[in-house]
Every structure is written in C-alpha cells, then in structure tokens.
Design a protein around this ligand. Structure first.
Ligand code: C2O
Ligand code: CU
Length: 501
C-alpha cells in the first residue's frame, strides 16, 4: 500500500513537471482511502502535488481568481415561444464556439446558442410543450432539475436522445414560483456536457410571485447568476478530460452566466439575484465584501415564508437561493462586490447613482410548513452516502440502471434519512438531490434546519457525519434518480433509482 501511494505521488509529480496541471492519468484509481493507515494518510496529505491536483477534500480545492470586472455580465435571453404546430418551445442542444475571452474562440456547448442556454419562463397552470433536439455528436438527455414532472418527462439517464434525434415532451406546470434549471443527464456524459456549457434556467412564475412587489424586471433588477468554475488551457479552451477530477472537477476561473471577469451594473435599488450553483463540484459561500446584510427570499423550490436576513449564504452544486440586495441601503457603494468564503471577488457591482424609488415588498411571501404529522412520521427510507473519488456509493452500491433501489407510492409522504458516513479522511460534503420532487427539510442532526432552509428544496448539502431527515412526496409516477450532485460522483455511481407507483 505504502509503495503504491509513493508511486502515485511520484506519478503526479512527473505529470506536474511535464506541465500538465492535473491528474489525467487517474493515478488515484488504485488508492483505497478507507484502508489507509494514519501514517500513510499523513504521507499522502503532505504531498503538495496531491493537494493541488488530485484534491483530497474540498478544503484543498484550487482558489478562484478575482474577477477584474472588465466584462458586463451577460444575461441569458428569454426563450421565445414558437407556437408552431402546438409546440410551445424548442430547446436544441448544440455545439459551437464562443468568444469568452476577447479575440479567442472557445469550443463550447449550449442550448439554442453556443454557450449555456436561454431562460425558459413558465407559468403555473400552463401546459408546456417542448420540442427537445439533440444536435450534439453524442447522446444527451434534457433533465428539468427541480421540476415536478412524471418520470417519463424528467429527462433522466433513461431518456437518451441519440445525435440528431428529437422528442416532444409535454407537462403541466403544477408547482409554485421558483428558479429551476435544466441540464443533460446521460450516463457518462453529464459532467462533461455540463462543463462544456449545457445548462439553462427555468423561471416558474405564479400569481403570488407576480403580486409580491419583488424586483422582477428581468435583466434590470432581477438577475440570474449561474455560477460555474472552469479551467482554461493555454489556448483558452475547456479540456474536460485533462482537468477531470474524480472527486469533482474545479477550476480557478469563475464564469457567471458564461461571462469571464464579470461585473454587474445596478441602480441604487433593491436587486434580486437568483443564484444557481451550476458548478460540477465547488461550494460557494456568497457574501458582500462590505459586510452588509442581504435577505434571502427563496430556496430551490419556492419562496420562504418571510425574507431571512443573512450576511452569507452557502450553496453546494445545483442548489439555488434568491437573494435581495438593497443597493440604496448599503454602507458603501464604492467597490462593492460579491465575494466567496476566501474573499475572492466573484462579481463586482457598479452602482449607478441614479436613485430609484424602492418598492415596498410584502413581508409575507409563502405559507410553507413542516407539519406535526410529517415530523412524527417514522423514517422509511435510509440513504447512506459514502466514499470519495471513484469509490463513492449509496447504501454500499453503485448506480445500476437495471436496479430499482426504492419504491414509493404517488402522493404519499415518506421520511427519508440521509446520512453522510465519514471515512478515515474525514469525508466530504455531498450535495444530495432527488428528481421530480420538492421536499422539506425536517431536521439536521435532530435540530431544526436553519431559517433559510425552511422552504422547498430539491438539493441539500450533507456534511460528513451529518444525518438529515426530509419529508418527500412525489406528485407524479415514474422512475426518478437520486444522487450526489458533484457531477463526477454521480458519474462514478453515487446515484440510485426510485420507482413511484
Ligand atoms: Cu441536476 Cu440528476 O440532476
Ligand atoms: Cu458526492
């Protein structure tokens, strides 16, 4: 074992000397962390190359560069309806090139464009008929993350479209206003396709969301922020295979809505930021460099009952939070920026002096609650997350498309207990996601969840040794995935299937 580890470290050193900044030969494959002795662990932990490249835990993830603020933030276009042949929308996955850096074309993928996707605005009660087209040179699927839709329309790994294939899906929007997203989900392709740019937004609006007096002028005071870290090679290309990390691919360059070095120009008013952690693996704790507070108004699947005042909010991959920053009330508007937990500048704001009358938004936004009955329900589904790198499992097993792990009845609430079992290395956070449902967090290690988790969720962060109870109900039938949303963990089999009957 010790010999193997030394060889691994050597292999990585050689790769580094060779100018390759990562572990593309997957030297960690042979390593079984759970069987390492303390001494061996120290040895491998002390290897700087290991820390930098085959990062052993999220603490070691490469730091983000500061945004220089030289590019105004791009806003995804709102998808126009087709209304041809009864098809309301067309969403086409395609490849292309994008000028992310001035004067250079980067090979990317996108929906209805070369990079990322449009914002699909749906209204509660509407029947969406979407023609999905695969113009890629490989298989893909169209997964609607957070949407309460039947298993057949969910776009999981079973709903593959071959290159050139198209499929019309139809669903009724039955859930409340929320910021959701869509991305591919084909086995072995998800992480890479998302990395290359396949991700789009869904805004669901309803009577409530449009009457609360919230900032809702898209691209003016209501901004999506799709936050993704990437590594660009010397030619400013995205080379997924050379930077892929089994424990989650991270990069030093942050893109927001596909914009490198972004800045956002705002007026002195309340501004709504719909944050989506669309990264393969990185967690972000968002705060203002001025230390000012903001309020969180929505979780993954809907509004909180009241705005929750915070000075930071953490999102693991695929989680969303809508926050409102009142730029008329900040302690300073000079050099104010959104930063992360390390102080890296993610998004500088240019605050225009023009003062806008700030609308009074209503304080009561929703009537979400975890009922006494739900709290009293016994745990009927247990999920144990374990491992790292390519040794990740759920309940000791890896994903098998031919195996159904759980069965649940449509419309019946069950309590799931998710446990993140630490290994000898301490373990790492796994963001746990269930398809086709919005669930409620009952407790974290027996305690009530934080105020900003008292709302609908479809993804939750589970820390090592943490046990989280959630109340889960499916409105529709079908087979759905549940998995870790570190996309490489998902690819490595940290995924199971539930059949709703
Ligand atoms: Cu965001 Cu299984 O998905
Ligand atoms: Cu994971």
């Amino acid at each position: 074992m010790a010999l193997k580890i030394k060889m691994t470290a050597l292999a990585i050193s050689l790769l580094v000397i060779g100018g390759c900044g990562n572990t593309n030969s997957k030297p960690d494959e042979e390593m079984d962390h759970s069987k390492m002795s303390d001494e061996e662990m120290d040895h491998s932990m002390m290897s700087g190359d290991m820390m930098e490249n085959g990062h052993m835990s999220h603490d070691d993830i490469v730091s983000l560069n500061n945004s220089t603020g030289e590019n105004e933030l791009k806003i995804p276009p709102m998808l126009e309806a087709d209304n041809e042949d009864g098809v309301a929308y067309t969403v086409r996955a395609q490849q292309g090139t994008t000028e992310i850096f001035k004067g250079t074309q980067t090979k990317t993928s996108g929906y209805n464009g070369s990079f990322l996707g449009p914002m699909l605005r749906l209204e509660k009660g509407e029947t969406a008929i979407i023609k999905t087209i695969n113009d890629l040179e490989e298989e893909t699927t169209f997964h609607w993350h957070g949407l309460e839709v039947s298993g057949g329309g969910d776009g999981g790994p079973h709903s593959v479209l071959a290159p050139g294939e198209e499929r019309i899906i139809e669903f009724e929007v039955t859930q409340e206003a929320a910021t959701l997203w869509f991305h591919p989900h084909a086995v072995g392709k998800t992480a890479e396709q998302v990395y290359n740019g396949l991700a789009g937004l869904i805004y669901i609006e309803d009577r409530n969301s449009t009457s609360l007096g919230l900032p809702s002028d898209y691209g003016k005071n209501d901004f999506p922020l799709i936050v993704q870290d990437r590594t660009f090679d010397a030619d400013k290309q995205l080379d997924y295979h050379s930077v892929m990390n089994e424990d989650g691919t991270a990069g030093d360059t942050l893109l927001i809505n596909g914009t490198v070095n972004p800045k956002l120009t705002v007026q002195k008013e309340k501004v709504r930021l719909r944050l989506l952690n669309g990264s393969n693996a990185r967690n972000y704790t968002f705060k203002l460099n001025s230390g000012d507070d903001f309020v969180q108004i929505a979780t993954d699947g809907g509004f909180l009952n009241e705005p929750v005042t915070l000075n930071e909010v953490t999102l693991t991959p695929s989680e969303r939070a809508e926050i409102i920053v009142d730029f008329s009330q900040l302690s300073t508007t000079k050099d104010v920026a959104l930063i992360n937990e390390e102080g890296a500048i993610l998004l500088p704001f240019e605050v225009k002096d023009q003062h806008v009358v700030v609308k009074q938004a209503s304080e009561k936004m929703n009537d979400f609650s975890v009922t006494a009955e739900e709290k009293a329900l016994p745990v009927t589904k247990k999920v144990e997350l374990f491992g790292m790198m390519d040794q990740v499992t759920i309940n000791g097993k890896k994903f098998d498309p031919d195996r159904i792990d759980f069965i649940q009845q449509q419309g019946v609430t069950e309590v799931w207990e998710i446990y993140n079992k630490p290994d000898m290395m301490g373990g790492m956070i796994h963001p746990f996601h269930i398809h086709g449902t919005q669930f409620k967090v009952i407790s974290r290690n027996g305690e009530e969840p934080a105020e900003n988790e008292r709302g609908w969720k479809d993804s939750i962060s589970i820390a090592p040794d943490e046990k989280v109870k959630i109340a889960v109900q499916f409105k529709h039938k079908g087979v759905y995935m549940f998995h870790c949303h570190i996309l490489e963990h998902e690819e490595n089999g940290m995924m199971g299937q539930i059949k709703v009957e």
